[in-house]
Write a protein that binds this ligand. Structure first.
Ligand code: HEC
Length: 402
C-alpha cells in the first residue's frame, strides 16, 4: 500500500459475501462514520439498517411543493376568474371550486414532480460527473461478484491508521487506499453550464418582445410565418378584378340591404328616447296588432316570466327558487302591475328590457329591437288586464265574473 497522504481520497474494503459486508457495515455505523457508502452487484437485504440510513426528508419536500402548487392553482384561478377578469362560462359561479379541480390537480402534480426530481438530485449531491473509484481496476468486480465498503477521507472521524484498523477487523479480502484520480473534473462540464445559461437567457427574449409590443405601436406589417395561406391567389377588398365590368373586386350591397347595427339614426326606435326624454308612444315602424302582441307574449314568456312570473306578479320559478334557498342577497323581481310602472313611459320600459335596471340584467343582446317593443306592448296588456276597472267591462263580461 503506497500513497501520498495529500492525494488520498478514502479507504476501500472489499468483501467476498454480502453477509461479510453487512457485518462490516454495522461496525462502521457504530464507530460513528458519516461519509461512507457501500457498493454491491445487487440490492442487499437489510443493508440500509446495517448502515444506519434514516428515512429521507424528500417526502416532506414533495409535500411542501405540492401544497405550494395547490395554493398557486387556487390563487391563479381565483384571481383570474373571480377578480381580474370576471367571466361567466357555462353558467358556473365566478368562483367555483369543482370547475377548477383539473387546474388544482395539474399544478399540484407538476410542482411535486419537479420537487421530487430536483430534491432527489440535490439531496444526493448530484450530478457528480466523476469519482476516484471510476478508474480503480479492483473496483470493476462491483458489477460482478464483489462487495465494497468505502470510507471517504473527508469524514470527520477519518484517521488513516485508526480507520485502517477498523476495516482490517471486518475480515475484508483487501483494504486499499484510493487516491484522488479524476480524468474529468468533478464539476459539471463548462460547455454544458454555458449552454444552459445561454438557453436560460434566450428563453427570456420572447418575453422582452411581448413586453415591447404591448408598450409600443408599429406600422410595419405583421410577420408571416407561413405565407402560403396569407398570399394565396384570391381577390381581396380594394383589388382589381377583371371578371366584373367595372373592374372592381368589391361588390356593392344589394338594394335594400339592412346594416348589422339596425337603424343607427332612429333614436326613438333603438333607445326609446327623443331628445334625451323617454318616449310615451311606440315607434312608427312597430305595428300594434295581434301578431306583434303574440310575439311579445311569446318573448315575455321566454325571457321575463322565469323571474317576473307568467302574469307579472314577480313570482316566477327563479324567484320562488331563490326564496326557498334564501342564500345571500336576493332582490325579488318587481311586480309589473304596480301603479308607477303603469305610468312609466313605454320608452323607459323599452330601456329596462334593453339595458336592465339596477339588479336586473339587460336583454338587448338576446332580443332584437322590434321584439323588445313587442315585449313592451305585451307588458302594457298585462298591466291593463290587472287593473281593468269594472266600468271598462262589457255587461256580458261582468256577468261572467259573478
Ligand atoms: C333574472 C331575473 C329577471 C328577468 C329574467 C327579468 N327581470 Fe325584470 N326585474 C328583475 C329584478 C330583480 C328587478 C328589480 C331590480 C331592482 O329593483 O334592483 C326587475 C325589475 C323590472 C322592472 C321594473 C323597473 C323599475 O324601474 O322599477 C321592469 C319593468 C322589468 N323588470 C321588466 C322585465 C322584462 C320586460 C323582462 C323580460 C325582458 C324582465 N324584466 C326580465 C329580475 C328579472
Amino acid at each position: 500500500m503506497s500513497h501520498h497522504d495529500d492525494d488520498l481520497h478514502g479507504l476501500l474494503a472489499e468483501y467476498e459475501t454480502p453477509s461479510a459486508l453487512v457485518a462490516a457495515c454495522k461496525k462502521v455505523r457504530d464507530a460513528g462514520y458519516a461519509k461512507w457508502d457501500t457498493y454491491t452487484p445487487f440490492p442487499v437485504h437489510g443493508i440500509e439498517k446495517a448502515m444506519g440510513i434514516r428515512m429521507t426528508g424528500l417526502p416532506w419536500i414533495v409535500l411542501a411543493a405540492a401544497l405550494v402548487g395547490l395554493a398557486s392553482a387556487v390563487g391563479l384561478q381565483w384571481w383570474t376568474n373571480a377578480v381580474d377578469y370576471k367571466f361567466i362560462s357555462s353558467g358556473k359561479p365566478m368562483w367555483s371550486i369543482p370547475a377548477n379541480v383539473p387546474v388544482y390537480f395539474e399544478l399540484t402534480v407538476l410542482f411535486s414532480a419537479f420537487a421530487a426530481l430536483f430534491g432527489m438530485l440535490i439531496l444526493n449531491n448530484l450530478p457528480e460527473p466523476s469519482h476516484p473509484l471510476d478508474h480503480l481496476q479492483a473496483f470493476g468486480r462491483v458489477t460482478d461478484d464483489r462487495f465494497f465498503l468505502y470510507i471517504e477521507k473527508g469524514d470527520a472521524k477519518f484517521d488513516l491508521a485508526e480507520t485502517q484498523r477498523l476495516l482490517d477487523g471486518t475480515h475484508p479480502v483487501t483494504v486499499d487506499a484510493v487516491n484522488e484520480d479524476r480524468r474529468t473534473s468533478d464539476q459539471l462540464p463548462k460547455p454544458l453550464v454555458l449552454a444552459a445559461a445561454v438557453i436560460a437567457v434566450v428563453a427570456l427574449v420572447p418575453f422582452a418582445f411581448i413586453a415591447k409590443a404591448r408598450a409600443t405601436k408599429t406600422d410595419k406589417p405583421k410577420i408571416h410565418a407561413m405565407g402560403d395561406m396569407d398570399w394565396q391567389i384570391k381577390f381581396q377588398a380594394q383589388q382589381p378584378n377583371p371578371l366584373f365590368s367595372n373592374g372592381m373586386a368589391m361588390r356593392a350591397p344589394e338594394p335594400g340591404t339592412v346594416a348589422m347595427d339596425e337603424h343607427p339614426d332612429d333614436e326613438h326606435l333603438t333607445a326609446g328616447k327623443v331628445d334625451g326624454q323617454f318616449v310615451r308612444t311606440f315607434p312608427a315602424s312597430v305595428t300594434i296588432d295581434d301578431a306583434t302582441m303574440a310575439r311579445g307574449r311569446d318573448r315575455y314568456q321566454v325571457f321575463c316570466a322565469p323571474c317576473h312570473g307568467v302574469s307579472g306578479n314577480g313570482d316566477g320559478p327563479v324567484a320562488q327558487r331563490a326564496m326557498t334557498l334564501a342564500e345571500g342577497t336576493w332582490v325579488p323581481p318587481t311586480a309589473l302591475g304596480q301603479d308607477y310602472l303603469r305610468q312609466m313611459p313605454v320608452g323607459q320600459l323599452y330601456d329596462v328590457v334593453n339595458n336592465g335596471v339596477r339588479n336586473m340584467p339587460g336583454y338587448g343582446s338576446q332580443i332584437p329591437v322590434d321584439e323588445r317593443w313587442a315585449v313592451v306592448l305585451y307588458l302594457r296588456a298585462l298591466q291593463k288586464a290587472k287593473a281593468a276597472p269594472v266600468g271598462e267591462l262589457t255587461d256580458a263580461e261582468r256577468a261572467a265574473l259573478k
